[in-house]
Write a protein that binds this ligand. Structure first.
Ligand code: FDA
Length: 539
């Protein structure tokens, strides 16, 4: 035997000793490791051989774009029932060099909580669906909510205790608390109370050493970073302690739509001049999409549709008076308005019929897009876009099919302008009139169709360049967009590269996030294609 052959078994033994695994059986040792920590643990592990594996994986894939045979799949799915299971998963994943992708609600725009762009990556999905207990404490106006709970479950639990308490987070019921608050989390109360991450007062996190930390034991730097600095980066959030806010027992909502023929573009333009200056009890959001004209003279014609969606923390009468004073051009009428509890307003925004029971908030199976795949991008507008700019957007919308692309706009101002940019990692505060989401949806399968829509969306984004924030071109971390930059396929970070997309999401907070990451997870165990890298990655 020559030297190379003789040394081969030694190398393998060394590899196993160091990494505890051979590449041919990566999960058997991992399972043994889990069993070593807890003999009953295998009932919550689903390998690819398990008949429930695919249905479990797919059950919270919220973007069908990543539900294809070509999408890289995890080695196994692990569904912890208690914190000690998470601790074991971290210890065994580290020992056996299996990457963890933690999933709460599964809404990651790029599918990073259950997949990867790297086909060769060995990873497991730590799915928190079983960790969703919620305890509301009305006297202190707080709630502890586990990360696997959905927004709908949180709002339902709050409503069960009080009609006058709420939490200022997102407007789609199945979004998970784990990812949502880790990336910011805004909804209809943002102008009055800021975003979800602004209203977190404590948290329970399992760190890379498997320690269970709360605010006091993790320290203010890590507590700062987890409130908007992105998921799957600093540790696994098990639960959030939330500060609840007061709302009136009845709020008022309206939706008004106008086509281009009915001054849609002019209204949109006007909207930009008033929305951030309205009293903070009122938010008027907007969307712009292409629609069919139902008109015998212009059959088959299409037009632009501008829709305005609003929540007012008060009565219909109060809203009408305010709109007449602040935004008369919209021509709001009483019959456009409807009153309901704040919790029910979530169902309204999600498009449920008006008489839907509050229990609809608990439905974890509803889908925002059905079988349609989607991609989103985001921007921030600081100066009103001129009419000519909107006309160009309209030309862009004409290039895609009806209702397959558009802009969704959330107005800022109010409390958002009062919170300093460095208060938490989410930096998009004073000076923004509104946030833009550019989005494309498509039902066709295949790479060619997808590329067509993706190119269209990138063209729209390009078109928006002169009208949106610059240096950096800001973006919302929860509307994850790998086009603006990413780490390596396995999440290997490079500080300098990450700085470009990191500044878009976090502006000047990026460097502090890197410092926290370096302190709490220097070997970059928690990572994905857009996680904050440690300083050691500086090349
Ligand atoms: P998911 O489980 O996919 O997690 C997202 C990221 O966080 C991943 O990187 C994941 O690994 C990580 N993560 C998850 N749980 C974690 C935990 N416990 N600890 C650490 N890291 C964790 N946004 C908004 O602000 N307002 C809104 O109204 C909406 N509405 C909306 C509707 C729909 C249909 C979609 C698809 C998305 C939104 N969003 C949104 C965006 C949403 O806030 C964003 O996708 C969140 O990251 C989703 O959190 P999930 O837990 O559902 O996702």
């Amino acid at each position: 035997m020559d030297t190379a052959h003789r040394s081969f078994p030694i190398l393998v033994a060394l590899f196993v000793l160091l990494f505890g695994v051979t590449s041919s059986q990566p999960y058997e040792e991992f399972l043994q490791c889990l069993e070593f920590h807890d003999s009953n643990i295998t009932s919550i592990v689903y390998t690819r051989a398990n008949s429930s594996f695919s249905s479990l994986l797919e059950s919270s894939i919220r973007n069908p774009r990543f539900d294809t045979s070509a999408t890289p799949k995890p080695l196994l799915i692990f569904t912890p029932r208690q914190i000690s299971h998470i601790q074991s998963a971290i210890r065994c994943s580290r020992a056996h060099r299996i990457q963890i992708r933690v999933r709460s609600g599964g809404h990651d725009y790029e599918g990073l909580s259950y997949s990867t762009i790297s086909p060769s990556l060995t990873f497991l999905v730590l799915d928190l669906r079983n960790l969703r207990a919620i305890q509301v404490d009305v006297p202190s106006k707080t709630a502890w909510a586990q990360a696997g709970a959905t927004l709908g479950e949180l709002y339902y639990a709050i409503a069960a205790e009080s009609r006058t308490l709420a939490f200022p987070a997102g407007m789609w019921p199945t979004v998970g608390l784990g990812g949502h608050i880790s990336g910011g989390g805004y909804g209809s109360l943002l102008r009055k109370h800021g975003i979800a991450a602004d209203n977190v007062v404590d948290a329970q996190v399992v760190d890379v050493e498997g320690r269970i930390l709360d605010r006091a034991s993790m320290g203010e730097d890590l507590f700062w970073a987890i409130r908007g600095g992105g998921g799957n980066t600093f540790g696994i959030v098990v639960a959030w302690k939330l500060s609840l806010v007061s709302v009136p027992p009845t709020v008022t909502l309206f939706t008004v739509s106008r086509t281009a023929q009915h001054k849609g573009i002019e209204l949109f333009h006007r909207w930009q001049h008033v929305v951030d200056k309205l009293p903070d009890d009122l938010i008027v959001m907007a969307s712009l999409s292409r629609d069919n004209v139902v008109n015998p003279i212009q059959a088959n014609a299409t037009t632009i549709q501008a829709s305005f969606n609003s929540l007012y923390l008060g009565s219909i009468e109060g809203l009408i008076l305010m709109m007449e004073a602040k935004f008369p051009d919209l021509g709001l009428r009483r019959e456009n308005c409807v009153e309901m509890s704040w919790a029910k307003s979530i169902l309204y925004f999600a498009g449920f019929p008006l008489n839907s029971p509050l229990e609809s908030l608990l439905d974890r199976t509803i889908s925002a897009t059905g079988s349609a795949k989607f991609k989103g991008k985001s921007d921030y507008v600081k100066e009103p876009i001129p009419i000519s700019g909107f006309e160009g957007i309209w030309e862009k919308l004409k290039e895609v099919g009806v209702q397959t692309g558009g802009l969704i706009l959330a107005s800022y101002g109010g409390k958002m302008s009062e919170i300093p940019e460095s208060s938490i990692p989410f930096p998009h505060r004073a000076g923004n009139i509104y946030q833009v989401e550019e989005v494309a949806f498509w039902v066709e399968d295949g790479v060619e169709a997808a590329d067509g829509y993706l190119n269209w969306l990138r063209g729209l984004y390009e078109y928006m360049t002169p009208y949106v924030s610059k240096n950096p071109r800001e973006a919302y971390a929860n509307y994850r967009d790998l086009d603006i930059g990413r780490n390596g396929g396995g999440g290997e970070g490079d500080y300098r590269r990450a700085r470009s997309w990191g500044s878009s999401y976090y502006k000047n907070n990026f460097d502090r996030l890197v410092r926290v990451k370096t302190a709490v997870d220097p070997a970059n165990f928690f990572r994905n294609e857009q996680s904050i890298p440690p300083l050691s990655s500086w090349r």
